[in-house]
Design a protein around this ligand. Structure first.
Ligand code: FAD
Length: 422
């Protein structure tokens, strides 16, 4: 079976590797000159298997005025004259109810556990060098009320197989001394010892290189797919910008946010929208002007109220934050970076924030927070692996296994229904 995969971000590369492992023939097509240079490039590095609750939650309603009016809010909404934005937003708000949020969390947990087990199996077969660490995660809460709410989520997630516990301020600082800087401001933490981190770009690049070296694979960079030629309800392959046609038995659209336009021209509408975010890569070390080693958290930390995540990746502390809805430019906005650096410096004094490298990317997000991993509604051999939002790195390996199971056997190791187009 010959499968053409469009897009060599973390989602496309993981799918390509799984398909090769299962004995398929793969053609992996990437518009850029190399893999992982879009959203998979400098993300938060969290393999956040136990913390997958979607953004669409009834708790967003009290926050809405802040999103609109407060320029320093971690979530910002800029209304645009753009029907795509309004359609997405309407579906997002509709999904902000307890029942949908709970069903999405449950489905995402199944996919994330499949992902974790798959990644571990792949690494046992052959190590992947991407600053991977199982260092655990602390979700830090400043508000006692939110910590109590988190307790209920922890109790619910325990019924789904999660192993998390609540720590008070002193217990949290014992586990992660760099949190001491928060002092009395810290109410407590949710601790998940099994959480992992890694560098998503290095992971993507290594998978891409593995795929490229495989005898059953062809990889093409600088190869932008512009159309999916079709006859009688079937896709015959992909057409590149230079007019070249590559035939395939199945086509997987895994090109992140750009999947929206590619699918739309073939009559397949997907409510995919970009949620812009930022990251800082802060150098760690002992030299002049560098971060003090004790200032940097070595456990992965999420500052819940500020919506900021921290992960140590080799000699860099990766900080990721912000959800800007309606800013579709790729500009790195100086005021957002200034604000982020100030928050980081307040939370972890002693970090060399001024030396940080800033990056921005758009999370390819579905309104309910669940990716689409399954067959197109229009073509029997066209498949989607899109819309992983804030969890693409976490969910990549599981999505690859789910997709292959559906394509080859019509079944998968987890319930695939929540990830299908309706
Ligand atoms: C600030 C920020 C922090 C994040 N933190 C985390 C985190 O901590 N943990 C986590 O799990 N996730 C995180 N994410 C989300 C994660 O980065 C994304 O979900 C993931 O990278 C999406 O991968 P992708 O392969 O779908 O898309 P992309 O990485 O964008 O890859 C798509 C690829 O397709 C290519 N392409 C596009 N159009 C075409 C075409 N027509 N033909 C050929 N190729 C094409 C692109 O060049 C690109 O290489 C974060 C995202 C952001 C923005």
């Amino acid at each position: 079976m010959k499968v053409a995969i469009v897009g060599a971000g973390v989602i496309g590369c993981a799918a390509a590797w799984e398909f090769l492992r299962q004995g398929e023939q793969v053609v992996l097509l990437e518009a850029h000159e190399g893999p992982g240079l879009e959203t998979s490039y400098a993300n938060g590095g969290q393999l956040s298997y136990d913390y997958v609750a979607p953004l669409a939650d009834p708790g967003v309603f009290p926050d809405l005025p802040g999103w609109l009016l407060d320029a320093s809010s971690p979530l910002r909404f800029r209304p645009q004259l753009d029907t795509r934005q309004w359609r997405w937003l309407a579906a997002f708000l509709k999904a902000c109810n307890a029942d949908t949020a709970r069903r999405s969390t449950s489905a995402l947990l199944q996919l994330s556990y499949l992902s974790r087990d798959t990644l571990h199996a792949w690494m046992e077969e052959a190590p992947i060098d991407f600053h991977y660490r199982r260092n655990g995660k602390l979700i830090a809460y400043r508000s006692q009320r939110l910590l109590e709410k988190a307790r209920r989520q922890v109790e619910y997630q325990a019924t789904q197989g999660s192993r998390q516990r609540i720590l008070d301020r002193h217990e949290a600082v014992e586990i992660e001394p760099a949190l001491a800087g928060l002092g009395e401001a810290l109410a407590g933490c949710v601790y998940t010892p099994t959480e992992e981190v890694g560098d998503c770009y290095l992971f993507t690049k290594q998978l891409f290189e593995r795929v490229a070296a495989h005898p059953n694979a062809a990889v093409r960079t600088g190869a932008r797919v512009v159309a999916l030629p079709n006859r009688a309800g079937r896709i015959s392959g992909v057409q590149l910008e230079n007019g070249e046609l590559i035939e395939a038995d199945h086509v997987v659209v895994a090109n992140g946010l750009r999947g929206y336009d590619l699918l739309k021209q073939h009559g397949e509408r997907v409510l995919l929208y970009g949620l812009k975010g930022y990251s800082l890569s802060i150098p760690l070390g002992t030299g002049h002007g560098q971060s003090e080693p004790a200032a940097s958290p070595s456990i992965s930390v999420t500052d819940y109220e500020r919506r900021i995540v921290y992960a140590e990746l080799g000699n860099v502390l990766r900080v990721a934050a912000m959800v800007d809805i309606g800013d579709r430019s790729s500009d790195i906005r100086p005021e957002r970076i200034r604000h982020l650096k100030a928050e980081v410096a307040r939370t972890f004094p002693g970090l060399a924030v001024e030396q940080a490298e800033a990056w921005t990317g758009e999370r390819p997000a579905m309104p309910e927070g669940r990716p689409v991993v399954g067959r197109s509604r229009r073509y029997e051999n066209l498949w989607l692996n899109l819309g992983h939002g804030a969890l693409g790195f976490t969910l990549a390996c599981g999505s690859a296994v789910l997709l292959h199971g559906l394509m080859k056997q019509g079944q998968s190791p987890i319930d695939a229904a929540p990830f299908q187009l309706r």
